[in-house]
Each structure stands twice: as structure tokens, then as C-alpha cells.
Design a protein around this ligand. Sequence first.
Ligand code: UDX
Length: 455
Amino acid sequence: MTVSSPRLTVIGTGYLGATHAACMAELGFEVLGLDVDPAKIEKLAAGEVPFFEPGLEELLRKNVDAGRLRFTTSFQEVGEFGDVHFLCVGTPQKKGEYAADMRYVFEATESLLPYLKPNSLFVGKSTVPAGTASRIAEMLADKGPDGVELAWNPEFLREGWAVQDTLRPDRLVIGIEPGGRAEQVLREVYKPLLDAEVPMVVTDYATAELVKVSANAFLATKISFINAMAEVCEVTGADVKQLSKALSFDTRIGGRFLHAGLGFGGGCLPKDIRAFMARAGELGVDQALSFLKEVDAINMRRRSRMVDLARELTGGSFHGGVKVGVLGAAFKPNSDDIRDSPALDVAAAIHLQGAEVRVYDPAANDNASRAHPELTYCRSAQEAVADAHVVLHLTEWREFRDMDPSALNGVALKRIVDGRNALDAELWRNAGWVYRALGRPQQAVGGPSASQSDE
Ligand code: UDX
């Protein structure tokens, strides 16, 4: 790395920002991360990641120890330090509305503006409604120093794979205004990725913003498509797992994100499709995205179907001392994120209907117990299934997929619903369990499948 390497800052140190900061330091840059939460900054500065993300803590610690990665709560320090500023703050769903809450994006921009150095580059990575980048470009032109530029560089990382997805993404997308230096600067920052032949698409702001939301809309649609097929399978006696497998051999369709089950959750897919619909409404093209309403509805119906199937297996009611063992609370494996988690939603609904619900998740128990203190949390799968009248497999952690059903002791009834279609039905049945799954007949044929989350 030459002495003239740009110095980088990362504003917002959640899943996206903390990963981006550590990965940019790993590429050899000096990086300063900022968050408005001092507790988070204290942890990161001590080399601790405040959430579960495989491989991130090692990378963070290594780069903090090497002195390339530091953290602060001061916008002034960030402005004076950085040549390139990556905006990585969250854009959650507004309470009671579909639209994204953009306050953190605009607050962070306003806070940094007075301290930006001339000719610095501001790079938006947050997922935003189309039109946001142009607004920020205007703010920079009105109130920023001479020569400051904006680029929009959406992020596609998946939780659980964040480090890998940042250092070797499927593609880089850069939205710029023609005639500036932004592309050249970002080509320098991402040189190791470009040298590794990661494709880069250079485009305008609106296209860059839309690539992100349309990618998530497509993925959500693909999952809801196969879950809609699961609904049809349930009434025809067909097997959605076999259907999905057969479809996947068609290279035009492909098998990824075609796993039927409890559907999608998390901090991105659900809120991004809703924010996309809200923005389309504002732009007068709501009809173009009306299908996303159905995508959302199919997804939510899987959760109620899961509750119904569990109730059916406990004799039609959760009252009268029914105990339900729940395996999984995170919205997907390799994560402790419980935002819009289908697993927790189902567990909470069953508790509300009268059952005692005992939950075990390898990483998300703490987060889950803060959000749903009414549920009972266990330290192992064995503890969660003890005395259970039905066991629900709701997040496909490898630990659950590798579990030996004959080693589980003390259940009241050997009944399991595989909400992720990820367990080996034959293995469970041979161990004396009644095995049921979403979208599959009661005596389905076929062995275990890969995880939904590409594990
Ligand atoms: C997603 C996008 O994949 C990523 O590109 C974007 O940057 C952020 O949003 P993430 O939220 O980490 O990433 O989760 P992802 O791996 O996409 O899974 C989303 C949900 O879909 C999970 O709840 C998962 O269990 C579910 N899923 C996934 C299915 O139900 N079926 C599948 O076939 C695949």
C-alpha cells in the first residue's frame, strides 16, 4: 500500500458497518469506524463484535491490534481523518408503515457535513429508497466543501457470510455522476477485489439504489414462489422438496433460494420489499410492484400454517398443559439476529394460544429472551424437547440437522414438524417419530436436503 492510500471511515457499525470496517482494514487501509452508541464503540475498540458473525471477531481483533482499525463517536474526528466515508447506517421499517425510516441516513449526513475535507468522497452503502442519493448529492453540493463527491455503492452481504461476501462479493455496483473522480477512487479502494475478477457495474445513482432493492425483491419472490407451491402441494399430496429439486436442474431457474419452509425473515428482505412498495406508491407506479404484496402475504401465511400444523399434532388445542419444544429462534442459522424471525413469531403465537413453549437456539437465546421474555429458554436441544408433546424445527442450524433423533430423551410424544425441510425424514421416522413438514405429504420419500442458507 502506498503512502497516498486514501484513509477510510465507516459511519454506523451494525452488521454492515462493522464488517465493512474490518474488511477494509484487512485490505490494508487505515480505517476509522463511527457509531453514535458509545457502548458499541467501546466493545469494537476492544476487539469484540457485539453480534454473532462467523469469522468477524478474528478479523476485527487482528486489525485493531495492527493499529489499522480504530473507532470513535466523534463526527469531527471522522471528518478530519477520512478521504472516503462509507455510510452504513440502518434504514429500518417505520413503525406502523411500510416505508423505510430514513432518519439515520440524513442525521449522519448532516452531522458529518461541517467536518468533511475538500475533495473527499462520500459513499452510500445503506439500503435506501430510489431518489435518496440525489437528495444527498444536493446536500453535499449546498453545504459541503469544494470538490466533495457522492457515490452510491449498495451492499449485498448476507448475515452469517458477511466477511466472505464483503471480500469476495458476486459483484460491485457503483452509482456515480459522470465526470468526477469517484469511480477512480473506488477502483483504488476495491483494487484487490477487482484484481480477483469481481465484476463491477458502474452506473447512475438511481440504478445503483434500485439494484439493491430489486435483488432483495427477487430473492423474496423466489422464496415465496416455492412456498406458494408448497401450499398447492399440501392439498394435492405432492412433495415440494422433490418439486424444488426437479426445478433446480433447470439452469434457467437454479436451486438457490428455492427451499420451501417457514419463509424469510431478518432485518432486510421483509422490510426492503415493504419499503420498495411504499416508494413505488410515492412514485405513482404502485401497480408495478403490487405482486410484492402477495409475496409478503404468502410468506406470512407459512407462519400461521406452521402454528396450525403444530396444533393439529397436539390434538387440536394448545391448552391443558401442552408443551412445545422449539428448535431455533434466529431468523436463519449462523446468526443471532431475531429481527422479524419466523421462528420466534411462531413460538410467540403458540404461547399466546396457551402452550408452554421451550426454546433453544445455539446463538440467539439472549436476544430472543429480551424480545420475548414470556417464553422459556433452554441451554440445549435436549432440554427444550423434554416433556414436549410436539417439537418444532424452525431454524436450520447444522447442530439440529446433525442431531441423532434416537438420542433425544424424555419427550412426551415423538412428534416433530420440520419447518425448514432440512431434516432427514427417514432417520426421524426410523427412530419412531411422527415427522411432518411444510409442503410435504405425511409419508414423503427422499433424504435430507441442503440448508436453505447455503451452509
Ligand atoms: C439478505 C440478502 O440475501 C442479502 O443479499 C442482502 O444484502 C440482505 O438481505 P440476509 O438477510 O442475511 O441477506 O438473509 P438471507 O440469507 O437472504 O435469508 C433471508 C431469509 O430467507 C432467511 O430467513 C432464510 O431462512 C430464508 N430463506 C432463504 C428461505 O426461506 N428459503 C431459501 O431458499 C433461502
